[in-house]
Design a protein around this ligand. Structure first.
Ligand SMILES: Nc1ncnc2c1ncn2[C@@H]1O[C@H](COP(=O)(O)OP(=O)(O)OP(=O)(O)O)[C@@H](O)[C@H]1O
Length: 377
């Protein structure tokens, strides 16, 4: 639910705004809305979540008012608990605060669990049994589509599954899961959203795509580190990470901060993509991350009318590459219109059309991964 909706069985947004205005500071001249604008209101099972946008400089003025404002909201009919989330947006071109390491700050400084510099250096996410990176050497080969459907395939096997979109420049998870609501923040930690039976988090749930696009170099690294530490993942059997494309610093940061059980490399059959896949394999090997295998995406095209199979980009390159590199070949996924359409519609094909050819292809790979890591429950 957004600010334009009227919360069901609860006060309307006018009443909520009025309540926020009544909570004044000591001087009696300012209230929460003097320093922030309303971005969204959601009321679920009596829990109201109010999302406010403010500037980094004004966030500390709101903080002293926040507990009182939350208490006042919790006294409204239909509300038993209220959480106010502050989102500090940086205007395009404006330099980031703190020397470039904090491109976004979801919550107030008081709730900040630590910057990348101050946080303990041990590996993060010990509550996750297996963290798997899905990577590709170059963009556009279907890495995100593969990550989402592998996660869906693992969830279908009964595994407690999480999905992290670490593609800071081009987050695609909100679109692919059909979910655009902002996540809750509790005790300074972001609670992953739940969609299609999975827990999921993406920078795209927090800032809009254009903002993510303007981040560069060190800001991206800072964002990734912050992001990895600030999300309250539950206990999971498996967490799939949709890695940023390429083999640069962002990938190294993730490999260093997390204890990866393995990496899956996605490639198309074209030579150039395979060359990039080779770089991806080499990077993970250098980081001592085991390669779980290669997946050939857009392997062949099957005409939906006559079933004729066309190998648009050549075929079998990934299998040959896998053999040459001594890594397992996990399987091939055909180029299918309904894979693209389901991604655009926010409904992973593995779950929305479980009997389709595309779903079978992803499910087979998910099963192979679960078996090789002994994740079966
Ligand atoms: N097997 C497939 N059949 C049909 N379309 C596919 C297939 N795999 C991916 N696509 C489509 O190709 C496009 C790119 O896929 P996707 O976003 O998953 O790639 P990516 O490698 O993650 O790209 P980027 O690195 O730019 O984020 C999307 O429109 C997606 O729906």
């Amino acid at each position: 639910m957004t600010s334009s909706d009227t919360p069901e069985n609860g006060p309307d947004s006018g009443k909520i705004l009025e309540t926020l205005r009544l909570v004044q500071d000591e001087s009696g001249t300012s209230n929460v809305l003097s320093f922030a604008s309303l971005e969204g209101i959601a009321v679920r099972d009596g829990h109201a979540q109010i999302s406010l946008v403010t500037s980094r400089d004004d966030a500390h003025r709101i903080e002293p008012l926040r507990p009182r404002a939350e208490a006042a909201l919790a006294r409204l009919p239909g509300i038993t608990r209220a959480t106010i989330v502050l989102t500090a947006h940086r205007a395009p071109g404006q330099p980031p605060a703190g020397g470039g390491h904090r491109p976004f700050r979801l919550d107030s400084p008081a709730n900040n669990p630590g910057t990348p510099e101050t946080r303990p250096t041990g590996k993060l996410l010990p509550q996750v049994r297996a963290i798997i990176a899905v990577a590709s050497g170059k963009g556009g080969v279907g890495k995100s589509t593969t990550a989402v459907n592998l996660a869906a395939g693992l969830a279908k096997l009964g595994l407690r599954t999480g999905l992290l979109d670490a593609d800071i420049y081009g987050p695609s998870l909100p679109r692919m899961l059909g979910h655009s609501a902002k996540p809750f923040v509790e005790n300074g930690k972001i609670i992953p959203i739940e969609a299609w039976g999975m827990h999921a988090m993406s920078i795209g749930f927090l800032v809009d795509e254009r903002q993510a696009m303007i981040w560069r170099g060190p800001m991206v690294m800072g964002a990734i580190s912050q992001f990895l530490g600030d999300v309250a993942w539950p206990e999971l059997d498996v967490l799939i990470i949709d890695m940023p494309p390429g083999t640069g610093d962002a990938q190294l940061t993730i490999s260093q901060k997390l204890s990866l059980r393995g990496a899956v490399i996605v490639s198309t059959p074209q030579d150039i993509a395979l060359l990039d896949a080779r770089r991806g394999v080499a990077m993970f090997e250098k980081m001592n991350v085991p390669i779980l295998g290669l997946i050939e995406n857009m392997s062949y095209f099957c005409c939906p009318n006559c079933n004729h199979r066309t190998e648009l980009f050549g075929h079998g390159g990934a299998r040959a590459q896998a053999e040459e590199s001594g890594v397992p070949f996990l399987g091939e996924v055909p180029l299918l219109a309904d894979i693209r359409a389901s991604g655009d519609a926010g409904a992973p094909i593995v779950l929305s059309s479980p009997d389709s050819e595309g779903a079978h292809a992803y499910t087979a790979v998910a099963r192979a991964i679960a078996q090789s890591l002994r994740l079966d429950r």
